[in-house]
Design a protein around this ligand. Sequence first.
Ligand code: 13P
Ligand code: SF4
Length: 397
Amino acid sequence: MSAASGRPKQARTAGEAEGTPVSTATLHRIDVEYEQPDEATSGSVCSTKHAWARVPPEPTQAERAALKDKIRRLLKEKNAVMVSHYYVHPDLQDLAEETGGLVSDSLEMARFGRDHAAQTLVVSGVRFMGETAKILSPKKTVLMPDLDATCSLDLGCPIDEFSAFCDQHPDRTVVVYANTSAAVKARADWLVTSSCALDIVSALKAEGQKILWAPDRHLGAYIQRETGADMVFWNGACIVHDEFKAVELELLKQDHPAAKVLVHPESPADVVALADAVGSTSAILKAAREMDATEFIVATDNGMMHKLRTLNPGKTFYEAPTAGNSATCKSCAHCPWMAMNGLADVARVLETGANAIQVDPALIPRARQPIDRMLAFTAALRNGQPTAALVPHLGAA
Ligand code: 13P
Ligand code: SF4
């Protein structure tokens, strides 16, 4: 089931924003207002403070088993593979792994989709993940359970305003987060995800480059604090991570004094300041496995809890508090758009070929450049090769 939901009611330019704790920042902000579900749309809705989405109903055990069997069969018949993000339903994570696919962070999803021999990729996540897969493999069919699964960072960074912002800063290297449209990627010099942003911006800074960063202001501010790079910022935010609260986190830490705090850098600076480890979804998983602790407080989407708990059976994980940890779930730490992905839609799109991602072919070669740069840089880094040669002075986009 799929329905338009969680879409912005309007997006308006708010100009320069004040009060963000980044000294060198020029902030450009797009405010997005989301429609809220009315009475008629109640039912299977994932509703947070800022956005909502119509989500698939939980299948019964019998339905779940039948859908999984059907998907296993269709994956073979259609030469297809599942690529799932850590935030989607546990069924979609487990089935991806069980059938030879992948559950991972957005960087590894991109790499896996590009390198896998299957001609059809079923990407469970949000739209930018499917688009990145398509840009990297235009000849492959990329299916998504629900094409309305979007992201507040993508919505808050429309290409025309972003392009105008870039035009104001022709001397800066344009670095954009993966959570953006194909058109925004096509305007960028570098793509980054949260797992490689620090390394890439450090390398750019070492080459004397000044950065234009978009769209996540918290991740950008974190990178700026860590690297000292000269950066100007777009003022976007993740509606999930933006809701984590430092005061309540301090209180939870008092209840669990031995717990280590793991934080995704899309969270506000005062939450990041309380972290024992800061990083992407994969980095959070690694920290939980390697840190010498048995209790953890986790500030990221709670879809992450599935992998954290299954891979660490002897350890205890608590969700970091949001503004509205109450029965109303107005700010539960779950992305409404990630929640749109379900088993029934995976089976449906595999069977029918519906929900194929399309990216304007004219955009693909240019949008691919910053993604290729990121993948080459991270592959070199992993292999212990020098990355400086991968950082030419690119100038304006
Ligand atoms: P990762 O790259 O860490 O998986 O994050 C993607 C995302 O959307 C986080 O909200
Ligand atoms: Fe976007 Fe936040 Fe959802 Fe990730 S969790 S897809 S950043 S809205």
